[in-house]
Design a protein around this ligand. Sequence first.
Ligand code: FES
Length: 96
Amino acid sequence: MISEISISDHMASFKITINQVIHVEVEADAPASLLETIEQVGVEPRFHCRNGFCGACRTKLISGTVRYTTEPLAYIRQGDILPCVCQADSDIIIEH
Ligand code: FES
């Protein structure tokens, strides 16, 4: 009798929807910032400092949650995020 042991090592992943047309799946523990992820799929986001200071990358978060990897210093309006210093923390929909 042959027995098989299958070890499944599925990483948690989140779906990022950009401008309602681009869908990206990212691993939950991927090191890339949301800004870098946006760039990797060919979107040319606005940015300047890439460190949460200037607010140039400010983006509208339509749904979902993000986690900040660095405390943002730029002003963030309700419903906005700074993709240069955050990552998806759930499936998210953004308008950039
Ligand atoms: S690029 Fe400056 S805050 Fe994001």
